[in-house]
Design a protein around this ligand. Structure first.
Ligand code: CP
Ligand code: NVA
Length: 302
């Protein structure tokens, strides 16, 4: 695996290899077994958007692996003043061993990979959030024993998270349903691919989507970059909320995932969040383990 640009680039076997390596790395960390698979390597982390989990888990992950991480705010780089991505990619390839980037356009991530000569890892774009879904798959496997055969239901905006849940979920053998308001569906090409798999449905009906679900997921109604639409979206998305009524439709032992940050009273009610906090914070922890696996696969000799 050279890069992690989007989940649709990966095979089911590659995703499984990442999850298995993540389990190993998690075990090694828990038992203080040294795992310096990236000794002497440096990761550049370019951020055009805010982050808590992604920034901290990548930085700690590189330290755990014996390497080093550099935080690069896009505002402080020349890229923020218009230096072309093509040039930035070629320059940074001369200094670094890998780049993690969080930005708006997926094309920027793809361009870095095209012009650079080092591994590029997508730390979230408007289109997808592959690192998050790898952590979610790891969490589902830990809590439910297997991934394939589960039904995953996503309620809310057809955004980067929805796109990645669809691709990652179906590739790993889950049935995926999405409930979102009309006009806020996930990416059209991803939905076409998903419908062709025979394991997908998109509806405006939240309760129908949640029926018999093993995993119930949601995400914010207004993503980073959509702050000016937040008030309008609060009206449009009313009802697209993981509440007790939704959980009653899901299986009795259904788990709840939220990539965080969460807006209680909007996409998830506080009581549901707290009842499933154990799963949600395992999910947040698993960002670290899943990403370390991605780093080793892309930047190491494994
Ligand atoms: N879930 C997630 O990507 O969190 P951050 O925005 O804090 O990195
Ligand atoms: N959809 C959210 C995810 C944050 C991790 C956003 O893009 O802001």
């Amino acid at each position: 695996m050279k890069h992690l640009l989007k989940l649709s680039d990966l095979t089911t076997a590659e995703i499984t290899d990442i999850l298995n390596l993540a389990d190993q790395l998690k075990f090694e960390k828990k038992h203080s077994i040294k795992h310096h698979y990236l000794e002497g390597k440096t990761l550049g982390m370019i951020f055009s958007k805010s982050s808590t989990r992604t920034r901290v888990s990548f930085e700690v992950g590189m330290y755990d692996l014996g390497g080093h991480a550099l935080f690069l705010s896009a505002n402080d780089l020349q890229i923020g003043r218009g230096e072309p991505v093509e040039d930035t990619a070629r320059v940074l390839s001369r200094y670094l061993d890998g780049i993690m980037i969080r930005t708006y356009a997926q094309s920027e991530v793809e361009m870095l990979a095209q012009y650079g000569s080092i591994p590029i890892i997508n730390g979230l774009t408007d289109y997808c959030h592959p690192c998050q879904i790898l952590a979610d798959l790891l969490t589902i496997r830990e809590h439910r024993g297997t991934i394939a055969g589960n039904k995953l239901c996503y309620i809310g905006d057809g955004n980067n998270m929805a796109n990645s849940y669809i691709v990652g979920g179906i590739k790993m053998g889950m049935d995926v349903t999405v409930a979102c308001p009309k006009g806020y569906e996930p990416d059209a090409e991803i939905m076409k691919w998903a419908y062709e798999s025979g394991h997908f449905n998109c509806t405006t009906n939240v309760l129908e989507a949640a029926e018999n679900a093993d995993v119930v997921c949601t995400d914010v109604w207004a993503s980073m970059g959509q702050e000016s639409e937040a008030a309008m979206r609060r009206e449009i998305f009313k009802g697209y909320c993981v509440n007790n009524e939704v959980m009653e439709r899901a299986k009795n032992d259904a788990m709840v995932l939220h990539c965080l940050p969460a807006h209680r009273g909007e996409e998830i009610m506080a009581d549901v969040f707290e009842a499933h906090a154990n799963e949600i914070f395992d999910e947040a922890e698993n960002r670290l383990h899943a990403q370390k696996a991605v780093l080793v696969m892309c930047m190491g000799n494994k």
